[in-house]
Design a binder for this molecule. Sequence first.
Ligand code: BGP
Length: 471
Amino acid sequence: MNKLRKDFLWGGATAANQFEGAYNIDGKGLTINDVELGASHGQTRQILDPIINSKYYPSHEAVDFYHHYKEDIKLMAEMGFKSFRMSISWARIFPNGDDAIPNEAGLEFYDKVFDELRKYKIEPVVTLHHFELPLNLVKKYGAWRSRKLVDLAVRYAKLVMNRYKNKVKYWMTFNEINSLFISDQPWHMAGIIYKKGENKADTMLQAAHHQLLASALTVIEGKKINPNFKIGCMLLYPCTYAATCRPEDQICARNKLLSTYYFGDVQVRGRYTNTCTSYINQIQGTFKTEPGDDAILAAGVVDFIGFSYYFSAIEGIEKIDQAEGNLSTGGRNPYLKLTDWGWQTDPIGLRNSLNALYDRYQKPLFIVENGLGAKDKINSDGTINDDYRISYLRDHIKAMIDAVDIDNVDLIGYETWGPIDLISAGTGEMRKRYGFIYVDRNDNGQGSFKRIPKASFYWYKQVIASNGNRL
Ligand code: BGP
């Protein structure tokens, strides 16, 4: 018997813009995702404005959870899900982000989703900002460059936390908040494409400060609404090893983590720490604060740390071959195998990540994304045999259990990314599938949206039923 909690939150995770579709239904406004084209393998997505209707925009229909939520939640319940992570699309609630009154139809949609989840005793875990922003806020204010976004984001957070205070207990503020520092053009993270001549370091730090304030104020306001809320941060954890035992390589590996701990430290410890100033010095940037900001950050610390983990990488002073990844990439580790998309598979890296985060913060952890993006094939008899996915997940879950059983890490739950196939955030592809459930939809936006359980569906069901004892 493993030592996982009896109420361990097994489940899966999604994001509105990659999952819901219905981009212009029931009063929803346009978001930054709705003006992005899909991309073919290996390329990044293209951002276009204004919309060219003849092209395929992945977020427009995605896998249409909006109209399939009952069927999808039923399938999750069949697998025995204890939790389901999803995001609210800000533009369903405030179509322009700064409207005088909220959009009731948008609010009702999430009411129905939460009620359906509750019906099956599935705990919703809600991300307030998952790589999504009403497009109007980019045009009108310059997105997260502007401090105005703090007020607007907190107003949105207060409204939804109030509305759903009896339906949702677990909240997360910003998805992979540290990816703002990792991305060359943080369009998804902050609605920002750097202008020519713009000082990137300053903009980045300023946008980060605004998001950190919004996150802290969300925690403060959330606790007033319902003191039982559990509000967490969400970090992309870029597990990094030194390329060799050369001491300088160890410094390189440490440096790789600075931008992650920058956010973690503020959200968990409530202040800009020495790690933050070390990072600021390295990138030589500055940002503005206002009186009272320190007190807000100190009061708005999170209850738990949600994080995503997909792969690890190595760093060193010598030139190293680079591996693939969607955001955080790094050097190629010869000990590790690669996925179809060139990501380095490292289950033990998950155990290492859990230990690193727990050693540093001593707060409950929640794995809210882990999984394998792969090409699935439907057999002639209609079945889908995704043994490779089972094997990836099994190895990661084993490593996770070691972190709990042997290392005594405090872990709340485990959610796989994309339990039902969805659109890739990195490339906009459909054929990069993560799910236990296949969705009939291709990269040109064609298909019936039919849902088909894969072999991993039945495997995960048994994992959950045995609380991770039968893998
Ligand atoms: C994370 C994001 C998710 C998700 C995942 C997989 O960075 O939080 O939104 O998509 O990565 O990445 P991809 O979709 O690029 O395969």
